[in-house]
Design a protein around this ligand. Sequence first.
Ligand code: TRP
Ligand code: SF4
Length: 405
Amino acid sequence: MASVSAQNARVLSGMRPTGRLHLGHFHGVLKNWLELQHEYECFFFVADWHALTTHYEDPTIIPDSSREMVIDWLAAGINPGSATIFVQSRVPEHAELHLLLSMITPLGWLERVPSYKDQQEKLKELDLSTYGFLGYPLLQSADILMYKAGQVPVGEDQVAHVELTREVARRFNHIYGREAGFEEKAEEAKKKMGKKNAKLFDSLKRRYQEQGDQEALQVARALLDGQGNITLSDRERLFGYLEGGGRIILPEPQALLTKASKMPGLDGQKMSKSYNNTIALRDEPAVVEKALRTMPTDPARVRRTDPGNPDKCPVWQFHQVYSNDEVREWAQQGCRSAGIGCIECKQPIIDAVLAELVPIQQRAKEYEAQPDLVRSILNEGCDKARDVARETIDEVRHAMSLVMV
Ligand code: TRP
Ligand code: SF4
C-alpha cells in the first residue's frame, strides 16, 4: 500500500452545508470527529462546491447554511485550537487539483461510482446530467489528496469515493512518480541519511520486498519519518523506493467507516430532515420536550392499562441510545406489564436529551453572539488550509511539468 506514514496522522472530512444540524448528525458524525480531533491533526471543511453539484439552481441558501453548520460544529465541541475548520471554495487550489486530476481520470471510473446513477434516480426533480455532478467524486478526491490525509471518516455511502481516490492517487503516482533517473535519485537520497541508516534502510527494504515483512515496512517508514535532514521530495522518493515503486507524491487514504448512527428519529425511522422527524441541536428545550412527549409509541397501548411491546416503539430505540441497563430493564418490564405509562417511560429520555443539549446550546449561544469570532475562526482555518494546499499544488505542478525551470 502506497501511503506516506508521516501524513497518516492527518484526518480530513467534509460536510455539505445543510444548515442546522440535528441529533442524528451529532451521534453519527460529530461525536466521531470530537474523538479524532484529540488524536490526529484534523481538517474539517464546509463542502460548499459539493452543494452546488446538486443545488446549482438555488445556491442562495449556501452561505447561511454554511455559517449555521459551522456554529453547530463549534457548539458540539469541535475545537478550532486542535482542528482546522475551513470552507472549500475559499481554498481555490481544490479546483486546480480537481482539474489536474481530471486529466488522468478515465471517464468510466466516474460513471461506475454507485452514487452517480443512484442519486440521479433518487433526485429526479433535479437535472443532474451535468459535468459537475459526474465529476463530483473526483472533486472529493482532490479534497482528500490535497491534505495527503491518511484517514477519511465517512459514512457507508461515501466509501466508494475514497476507493476512487485511492485509484486516482495510484495512477497519479504511477504516471508522475517515475521521473527520469528515479533509482539514482533514490540512492542519492538514501546516502543523505548517513551510512548506518542507509544500511538499515537497505536491509529493511530487502526484508519487505523479498519476504513481504510488514513490520520491516513499518520500521523503515518510521526511519524515514525521523530523518530531519532530507527534503520532502527525497523522502517521497525513498517511500516509493522502499515499496518498489516510483515517488509517492499523493499517498493513498483509508476510509474510516463511521458506524451508522443508532440515533432514531422521532418516528423511529432514521433521523433526517426529509422525514421531518428531527431534534435540532439548537431547538429550544421546550420544543424538544414537546416533541418527545408527543412522539408516537406502540399503538397497542391505547389505554394506560394496555400492555405494550418496546420492540414496536420508537421510544425504546431512544432508550437504547440514552439509558443505562437499569433504566432499560425498568422500561421493558413496565411496558410489558402496563406498570408504567408512556409519558413516564419517556421522562428519563427527555431528561437525558435535554442534559446532552445543555452544553451544546450554551456554546452555540456564545458563538451566535460573536459573529466576528466565527468569521475569524474560519479566516484562520482557511489560511492554514491554503498553506498546506499550496505546498501540495506546488508538488503536483512540478510533477506534471507545469513549472518552467
Ligand atoms: N461528499 C461528502 C458528502 O456529500 C462531503 C465531502 C466532500 C467529503 N469532500 C469530502 C467527505 C472529502 C470526506 C472527504 O457527504
Ligand atoms: Fe414505548 Fe415506553 Fe410506552 Fe412501552 S411504555 S410503548 S416502550 S413509550
